[in-house]
Design a binder for this molecule. Structure first.
Ligand code: 13P
Length: 259
C-alpha cells in the first residue's frame, strides 16, 4: 500500500489542527487504499487523536521523542508519552533536528530502538546535504546514515521501521524540487539494501522534500518508492487530500508500490 503523510513541523494551533482533522473526516472515502499519516506538533497530537474516529485509516505521529522512558530531561517528551497522547508513529532524525538540535547518528539509533521497544513505528529520516551531493557522495552518505540509524535494532525488528529519504537540498522553502532521475539511484540503493523486499528489510521506503501535486506522481514512479513524506504542500488539508488521491491513482496504475 502506498504511504502518504505529512509533518506539520512547528505549525498549527489547536484550532487549526482540529480543522485539519475535520477535513480528513470529510474526505474519508479518499483515504481507503493508502496508508495516510499526519504528524502534528506535540501540543496537538491528543487533540487530533480525539477528533479522528478510531476507524479512520490515518496514523498519527510525533516529530521527535527522547530515548529514555522518564527522567530529568527538561523540555523533552518520552516515547511512552507520545504513545499515550495517541501517536503510533514517531519521526526520528529529520535533517532540521540534525541541523538545529544536535541530533546525531548515535541519538537517532537510540531513539529508533526506544520507539520499537515502546511499540511505535520509527520513521527514520536520512538524506545528504547539498555539498555531499555536489561531490557525488550521496549514496555512501545515505547508506551510512541508514545503517547507523538502524544499528541498535535486532534484524527481526527491522520490519517495524519506515525509512524516509529526504535530501537536505530538497527540503523546505529554500529547497530545490528534485527530478526523478536525481533521486532514483539513492531510492534504488535504499530499496535494495534496506527496503521491504530486502532480507530483513524495513516496512517501507518513502521520499520527501519539495513534493507537490505536480511532481508527486512522477516521484512515486521512481522504482523502490513506497510512498511520499510531505511538508508544505500538505499543510492545507485540501492539498493533503489531493496528494492522497494522486497516491491512490498511482496504486491503481499498478506501480511497484501497489502493495
Ligand atoms: P517540504 O515538503 O516542505 O519540502 O518538507 C519536506 C519535509 O521535511 C517533510 O518532513
Amino acid at each position: 500500500m502506498t504511504w502518504i503523510g505529512t509533518s506539520w513541523k512547528m505549525n498549527k494551533t489547536l484550532a487549526e489542527a482540529r480543522a485539519f482533522a475535520d477535513g480528513l473526516v470529510a474526505a474519508r472515502s479518499a483515504l481507503d487504499g493508502v496508508r495516510a499519516f499526519v504528524i502534528p506538533a506535540h501540543t496537538a497530537i491528543a487533540a487530533v487523536r480525539e477528533r479522528l474516529p478510531s476507524d479512520l485509516p490515518v496514523l498519527i505521529g510525533a516529530q521527535n521523542a527522547h530515548w529514555e522512558p522518564a527522567g530529568a530531561y527538561t523540555g523533552e517528551v518520552s516515547m511512552g508519552m507520545i504513545a499515550d497522547a495517541g501517536a503510533t508513529l514517531v519521526e526520528i532524525g529529520h535533517s532540521e533536528r540534525r541541523q538545529h538540535f544536535g541530533e546525531t547518528d548515535d541519538t537517532v539509533a537510540l531513539k529508533v530502538a526506544a520507539a520499537v521497544a515502546t511499540g511505535l513505528t520509527p520513521l527514520l529520516c536520512v538524506g545528504e546535504p547539498a555539498g555531499v551531493r555536489a561531490a557525488g557522495g550521496e549514496i555512501g552518505w545515505v547508506a551510512g546514515q541508514a545503517s547507523r540509524g538502524l544499528s541498535r535494532l535486532p534484524p527481526h525488528d527491522l520490519h517495524k521501521v519506515v525509512v524516509a529519504y529526504e535530501p537536505v537540498w530538497a527540503i523546505g522553502d529554500r529547497g530545490r524540487e528534485p527530478l526523478p532521475h536525481e533521486i532514483a539511484p539513492v531510492m534504488g540503493m535504499l530499496a535494495a539494501r534496506f527496503g521491504p523486499d530486502a532480507h530483513d528489510g524495513v516496512a517501507a521506503v518513502l521520499y520527501g522534500g519539495s513534493v507537490n501535486r505536480l511532481n508527486a506522481a512522477a516521484l512515486l514512479g521512481v522504482p523502490g518508492t513506497d510512498g511520499l513524506f510531505v511538508g508544505r504542500a500538505a499543510w492545507d488539508v485540501a492539498g493533503f487530500v489531493e496528494l492522497v488521491r494522486i497516491a491512490a491513482r498511482a496504486r491503481h496504475a499498478g506501480w511497484r508500490n501497489a502493495g
